[in-house]
Design a protein around this ligand. Sequence first.
Ligand SMILES: NC(=O)c1ccc[n+]([C@@H]2O[C@H](COP(=O)([O-])OP(=O)(O)OC[C@H]3O[C@@H](n4cnc5c(N)ncnc54)[C@H](OP(=O)(O)O)[C@@H]3O)[C@@H](O)[C@H]2O)c1
Length: 324
Amino acid sequence: MKDSKVKPLRNERTSGRIIHHTSEKSILFIFDTGSKSSSFDICMAYDAGFDAVVLYENVTPEDAERLVQDALFSRGPRRSRFTSFFIGGKDLEKAEAVLEAVKNIKVPQPVSSIIIDPGGAYTTAAAMIAKTEHALLTSKLGRLENKRCVILGTGPVGRIAAVLLAKLGCKATIASTNPNRPNGEEYIKEVENFLLKRYNVDIHGVYAPRHEEKTRLLREASIIFCAAAPGIQVIDRSILKEIGDGKVMVDVNAVPPPGIEGIKPEDDMREIYPDMFGIGPVTIGRLKCRLELEILREAKETGEKIYDYKLCLEMARNLLRRPN
Ligand SMILES: NC(=O)c1ccc[n+]([C@@H]2O[C@H](COP(=O)([O-])OP(=O)(O)OC[C@H]3O[C@@H](n4cnc5c(N)ncnc54)[C@H](OP(=O)(O)O)[C@@H]3O)[C@@H](O)[C@H]2O)c1
C-alpha cells in the first residue's frame, strides 16, 4: 500500500515556533515497565496535542522491540515521524534496558522520537538542577559545578539528580536517611555500584538515618537537595540550627510536611532560616511540567530524537532563558 502524502493544512506561530498542522494522526505509545501507567504522563501527552495515547504495561525489552517494529511497519516512512514512544515505569534499570532495545531495532526508516522518563525522574531531576543552577547565578552565588552538594533520597529522582551533578563536575554525595532500611550500609554501596555501572559516575554514598549523622553530612555541603518520598520530613529545625549558614536548600517533595522544615511550595531563594535560602517543590514542579510538555510537543512534531536525562537538562536550561 502506498503512503498518503503529508499534507500541511496551515501554519501557525505560537511563542516563536512554527507549528506545522498536518492531516496525519500523531500517536504516542507509552511503554511502562511497571503495572500501572502514570496518569500524569497520559494527561501531559494529550495536553501536548497527541491524537492518541496508547498504553502498554509490564513491557520488557523484547516486547518493546516487537511493538516498535509493528508500529513503524504499519505507519511507513512518512507517518513514522508522527509516531512517538515514551518509556516509563519507576524502575530506572528496566527503563534503560527497554531504551537500549528500541535504539537497536532494525527497521527501514529511522525510529522516531523516544522519550525516557522513568517515574518522572529524568524531567524532575533536570528541572531541579537547572532551576538551582539558574538561581545561584541570578543570586550571584557562583556556579553550581564548584559547589559541594548532598542529595537526600536514593529513589529515581535522587539518583538522577546525583548523576547530573556528577556529570557537571560537582562534588556530589548521595545519602539515604531512611531509618527503615535493614542493611543501610550495604544498601548505599549497592546504590554507588548501580550509578557507576549504569551511568558511569563515581558518586560517594552515605547512610545517615540519625540526627548526628545527618548534621555531620550536611555541615560539609553548600547545596542540599531533598528528594525523599512524599510527605517525609528529613531535615527539621534542630538540624538546620546545627549545620551552619550560607546554604541553599532545595526540596522536591510537594506533599506536606515538607522534606525540609520551613520550606514553602512556592519558595524561590527565600531566606527560610538565617542565611539559608530555599527553593520549593512547586517552583521546581512548574519547570518540570513546562519541560515535559515541551519534550512531548517537540517529539510529536519533529521526531528522531532520544529525550534522555542529558537532553532534559539542556532543554530545562533553555526554558529558563525563555519567558513563561
Ligand atoms: N515537585 C515535583 O514536580 C515532583 C515531581 C516528581 C516527583 N516529586 C517528588 O520527588 C520526591 C522523590 O521522588 P522519587 O520517585 O525518587 O521518590 P520515592 O522513590 O518515592 O522515594 C525516595 C526515597 O525516600 C526515602 N524514604 C522513604 N521513607 C523514608 C523515611 N521514613 N525517612 C527517610 N527517607 C525515606 C526512600 O529511601 P532512601 O532514602 O533510602 O532512598 C526512597 O528511596 C518525592 O517526594 C516525589 O513526590 C516531585
